[in-house]
Design a binder for this molecule. Structure first.
Ligand code: ZN
Length: 322
């Protein structure tokens, strides 16, 4: 069986403060927080997942707010995802210009990418975020937020990976991972994961003299690609091992299962299963509201919750009530 990658799954970033992060991704961008949990390796750090109503793969942005944990500010550079673009409908960029202005967020660039209007700005931790118009996005918006459906974000559109030499990255993507090499524009070449649609694009930008990226606050840690199930993931794992790529064992992330490896340009890739998904431990009505803990951490809920930064100013919904 030739295993298939379906789409992007999620983008994960190391960010600074928790509260501004939530305010930005839910309040300004209008995504739904679909899970509030903690870092599996450090229970003093939140792990937030933002996406559509149920956290469908390809709509997901996830963050680890590491402020106060001794993690330095990172540097964007080669071997990293340096921009994350979200998809909005045709004509919506004008709405987003106004919305960002109202939120006092400076627009760093207005440009066209592959013929589509795009705005670039920063999240509170310094991540480069974009909205790009995509008329052919079949994904539905999250309608429980503050943004009208006709202009709301549909999900992640694409990420931009910066590498010093594009050919090894493109060859690996096509030969080992089965991606299609799409159009090019200046130093940018689009890789297509599965069908040619928003939520399926990895843009590779070559810059021969780019300084290396350094992990830390305000940088993307990895980009995850979706597979249907464990069987497809195992097939990819076998293929990577055969190609001489160092790849982790399968890790259970509660909401999906993951393997991790670096592509030749240095970008950390993850291949994640679609399921079991975010409804596995709470219902769609209250998704993302209560603190969910990894398997085995429940016995320490009181201590864990007490050590986490406060998110909601209202004391009427204490973290430990559920
Ligand atoms: Zn991940």
């Amino acid at each position: 069986m030739t295993p298939k990658l379906l789409s992007l799954h999620h983008v994960t970033a190391t960010v600074a403060e928790a509260r501004p992060d939530v305010a930005f991704y839910t309040g300004v961008l209008g995504l739904r927080r679909v899970k509030k949990t903690v870092n599996f390796d450090n229970h003093g750090v939140y792990h937030f997942y933002y996406g559509d109503e149920v956290g469908t793969p390809s709509t997901l942005m996830t963050t680890f707010p590491y402020a106060g944990q001794g993690v330095p500010v990172g540097a964007k550079g080669a071997g990293q995802v340096v921009e994350t673009a979200f998809s909005v409908p045709s004509g919506a960029v004008r709405f987003w210009e106004r919305r960002l202005a109202e939120a006092d967020i400076a627009i760093d660039a207005r440009e066209e990418r592959f013929g589509r209007p795009l705005l670039r700005f920063h999240d509170p931790s310094g991540l480069r975020i974009e909205v790009v118009e995509a008329p052919d996005d079949g994904r539905g918006p999250w309608l429980g937020g503050t943004i009208p459906g006709e202009v709301a974000i549909r999900g992640v559109h694409s990420v931009t990976m910066l590498v010093r030499s594009a050919p090894p990255t493109l060859d690996f993507a096509s030969d080992v991972l089965g991606m299609a090499v799409g159009p090019s524009e200046r130093a940018r070449t689009r890789l297509v994961v599965g069908e040619e649609a928003p939520g399926h694009f990895l843009d590779v930008v070559e810059s021969t003299d780019a300084p290396p990226g350094v992990n830390g606050l305000g940088t993307v840690h990895h980009v995850a690609l979706a597979v249907e199930d464990d069987e497809a993931q195992a097939a990819f794992r076998a293929r990577l091992v055969e190609a001489g790529v160092e790849v982790t064992p399968v890790r259970d992330r509660d909401y999906f299962r993951s393997i991790y490896f670096r592509e030749p340009g240095g970008v950390l890739y993850e291949i994640a299963t679609r399921g079991p998904g975010f409804l596995v431990d709470e219902s769609v009505e209250v998704l993302g509201e209560a603190l969910r803990l990894p398997q085995g951490a429940e016995a320490k809920r009181t201590e864990i919750a007490a050590a986490l930064p406060t998110l909601d100013p209202s004391p009427s919904r204490p973290e430990s009530s559920t």
